[in-house]
Design a protein around this ligand. Structure first.
Ligand code: NAP
Length: 278
């Protein structure tokens, strides 16, 4: 049993991590309790808790708002991971940090391996998350895991599955973009897989963890309505038909070459739907 501190404990992934890691001595800190951009507050928390592992599920995740809230995005996603890495080094604990497929430009249809160098993120959120990874490496901490994930959904958060289920209450027909490819990932599966970083002596470094397989948002929506037995007709459209403040990568598939694969995304979706409808 290890002593863990979890930052961003109230977020969508944070809540799933709370469940998955409950067999350990887990100290959950919310944004209200500790702001990860505040080095002194982070230091005080580690001084008090003396954790073996510092888990960072906190981030500024409003991808479109990052384009206008650039200073906040950079502080939260780009600079704070460096603060956490320095603190982890000082207090002798291991850092587990979550990053994203959006650090890649999304131009490789075959997907990205852990060893691929991030190129040019297509939006500011991706740029700040990449800066966060670089800040961790620059801190000189050896004991870190960066877990890149993608297209998260689960309880306690705004996510695509819930949005589709809500739209189905008022619409019988929807257009959904069919030119962005990724791997939908259930927060519960990611949180359970995160346990192995605490419970096994895995080599430090970068990992890719998503549910297995990939699809477009159109294909994801179609599968959601098929499994939920909802009579919504989904039509494919292009991203150009739905312009948003932040551009999205076309292919942001993360290839996991280091760990046991998570189950296929369709099976994970079925589990999630059984929790929301039952
Ligand atoms: N969601 C996705 O599709 C996705 C995809 C790939 C990677 N990720 C990564 O996965 C991780 C978890 O994402 P998520 O979807 O669970 O995000 P989330 O639901 O938005 O949760 C993020 C949490 O971080 C907190 N937070 C924000 N700024 C903070 C700060 N300065 N100090 C302390 N806490 C702060 C938020 O609190 P407030 O709400 O009170 O501000 C919130 O509770 C993030 O690193 C994200 O980049 C997410």
């Amino acid at each position: 049993m290890s002593t863990l501190v979890l930052f961003g404990g109230n977020g969508m992934l944070g809540q799933a991590l709370q469940q998955a890691l409950s067999g350990h001595t887990l100290h959950v800190l919310t944004h209200h309790e500790v702001d990860i951009t505040d080095a002194a507050a982070v230091d005080r928390a580690l001084q008090t808790i003396r954790p073996d592992y510092l888990i960072n599920a906190a981030a500024y995740t409003k991808v479109d708002d990052c384009e206008t809230q650039q200073e906040l995005a950079l502080r939260s996603n780009g600079l704070a991971p460096g603060i956490l890495a320095v603190a982890a080094k000082q207090h002798g604990c291991t850092l587990i940090h979550f990053s994203t497929d959006y650090i890649f430009s999304g131009t490789k249809p075959e997907g990205y391996q852990e060893s691929d160098s991030p190129d040019q993120p297509v939006n500011y959120y991706g740029q700040t998350k990449l800066a966060g990874e670089q800040a961790i490496r620059a801190a000189g901490l050896k004991e870190y895991y960066i877990i890149r994930t993608a297209w998260l959904y689960g309880a306690h958060g705004i996510n695509f599955v819930d949005t589709m289920l809500t739209l189905a209450k008022t619409k019988s027909q929807l257009q959904v973009v069919n030119d962005q490819h990724g791997s939908p990932t259930y927060t519960v599966d990611l949180a359970v897989a995160t346990k192995q970083f605490v419970e096994q002596a895995l080599p430090y470094g970068i990992y890719h963890l998503t549910n297995t397989g990939d699809c477009t948002w159109y294909e994801f929506a179609t599968e959601i309505f098929r499994q939920a037995k909802l009579p919504v007709r989904v039509e494919p459209c292009t991203s150009a038909a739905f312009p948003r403040p932040a551009k999205r990568p076309t292919y942001s598939i993360l290839l996991n070459t280091k760990l046991a694969p998570l189950r296929p995304w369709q099976a994970a979706l079925a589990d999630y739907l059984s929790t929301v409808s039952g």
